[in-house]
Design a protein around this ligand. Structure first.
Ligand SMILES: C[S@@+](CC[C@H](N)C(=O)[O-])C[C@H]1O[C@@H](n2cnc3c(N)ncnc32)[C@H](O)[C@@H]1O
Ligand code: SF4
Length: 389
């Protein structure tokens, strides 16, 4: 097994976007040096768990929150800690999520110097009025500038857009997406707007003040997205992620292929295989509590053993998101289990799943209702997968 990845969660944001339910917090001030040191300490706690059999790091991902609020020095401190604790692959992928405001652009060069080689920019929209409605602090000009500066600074660049926004027509999305593709980045993350419970958008939606496209309209936008991106040479390799061949995010593939990853920082989680046991780590979500805990006892995560059957389920639920699907032979080898045949047969009959060349994957129709497929597949704890003798 390969592909050990490290996720670092930086929980701070300049403002809270009304649609976002990520573990992100607005704070007037915090001691960045202290925070970077605490991240390094929690990394050391993960390495201690792994003991002497430490895997080679294939990817590091700074996510958030807004990691582009970090200085290059803080990013460098965290990367130095990684290099002290683990062997690092010569072609390691180091991604940082950046918001496209001009202040963050001023730090791009420092990130590159610190070792970041892939920037993922949260553009969200290329339309001024939509950026305002999404509560973003940047404008279209800043976003375009950020993409161009990133392309001049980093070998690999991706950006995020949110579609199926209130009032967005298929024609408007097509124009915006085609404009986005003109930047010719190797990777794009294209997310349908979801109304997450507890967000300001959820309140507005409940009050009837925010109307997102209905299921049919959203499905139409999704299909249009696939068509346009495929035509442009950026097919989806996962539900919301598109890339040129070979330019998929190595770090994200670690999750979807259910390899090992460490997760440090408030609210991060990890999955580690230690002495053939699958362990999950869950870190404290609240930044101040997290910091206190790490400083007092070296980490802020709890460790839970994942039973083999649960781990096999998790693997299935993650991998079914991939366009290539689940490699059934590798799955059987890894878990000595096969996915529940009756569930899969039912979904096959409905035309939502297919098995092709020993890979289980969602059909184009299935991708439109992937969450329901995942729920159906997840709901078989009492009807276990068939054990392979
Ligand atoms: C960790 S978040 C944000 C990273 C960065 N702070 C930013 O805002 O650009 C990663 C991505 O998730 C997407 N996202 C967050 N909330 C979403 C929602 N409710 N619906 C769809 N996409 C969402 C956005 O595209 C965002 O860039
Ligand atoms: S979308 Fe990004 S900037 Fe906005 S609150 Fe969420 S993490 Fe912070």
């Amino acid at each position: 097994m390969s592909g050990f990845g490290i996720y670092v969660h930086w929980p701070f944001c300049a403002a809270k976007c009304p649609y976002c339910d990520f573990n992100s917090h607005v704070r007037e001030r915090y001691d960045e040096t202290r925070w970077a040191a605490a991240i390094a300490r929690e990394l050391a706690a993960v390495a201690d768990l792994q003991g002497v059999a430490r895997p080679e790091v294939g990817s590091v991902f700074f996510g958030g929150g807004t990691p582009s609020l970090m200085s290059g020095k803080a990013v460098g401190c965290v990367l130095d800690a990684v290099a002290r604790l683990w062997p690092v692959a010569p072609d390691v992928e180091v991604t940082l999520e950046a918001n496209p405001n001009s202040a963050e652009q001023g730090r791009f060069r420092d990130y590159r110097t610190a070792g970041v080689n892939r920037l993922s920019i949260g553009v969200q929209s290329l339309r001024e009025e939509s950026l305002r409605a999404l509560g973003r602090l940047h404008g279209v000009g800043e976003a375009k500038q950020a993409i161009q500066l990133a392309q001049a600074t980093f070998p690999r660049v991706s950006f995020d857009l949110i579609y199926a926004r209130p009032g967005q027509t298929a024609e408007a999305w097509q124009n915006e997406l085609e404009e986005a593709l003109e930047f010719e980045t190797e990777h794009l993350s294209l997310y349908q707007l979801t109304i997450e419970p507890g967000t300001a958008y959820a309140t507005l939606a409940r009050q009837g003040k925010l109307q997102v496209p209905d299921e049919n309209a959203a499905a139409e936008l999704y299909e249009l997205t696939q068509l346009i991106c495929e035509r442009a040479g950026l097919p989806a390799y996962e539900v919301s992620n598109h890339s040129r061949p070979g330019a998929a995010s190595r770090h994200n593939l670690t999750y979807w292929k259910y390899y090992d990853y460490a997760g440090v920082g408030p609210g991060a989680h990890g999955r580690l295989t230690i002495s053939e046991r699958r362990l999950a780590t869950y870190s404290e979500r609240l930044p101040e509590k997290w910091l206190e805990s790490v400083e007092q006892r070296g980490s802020a995560f709890e460790i839970v053993e994942v039973a083999r059957l649960d781990a096999a389920h998790e693997h299935l639920l993650m991998s079914v998101r991939l366009s290539e699907g689940v490699d059934l032979e590798a799955y059987r080898m890894r878990w000595r289990l096969s996915p529940a045949r009756d569930r899969i047969a039912k979904l096959q009959q409905l035309g939502l799943l297919e098995v092709h060349a020993d890979h289980l994957k969602a059909t184009p129709r299935g991708r439109l209702v992937l969450n329901s497929i995942i729920a159906e597949l997840a709901d078989f704890a009492e009807t276990p997968a068939v054990a392979v003798p």
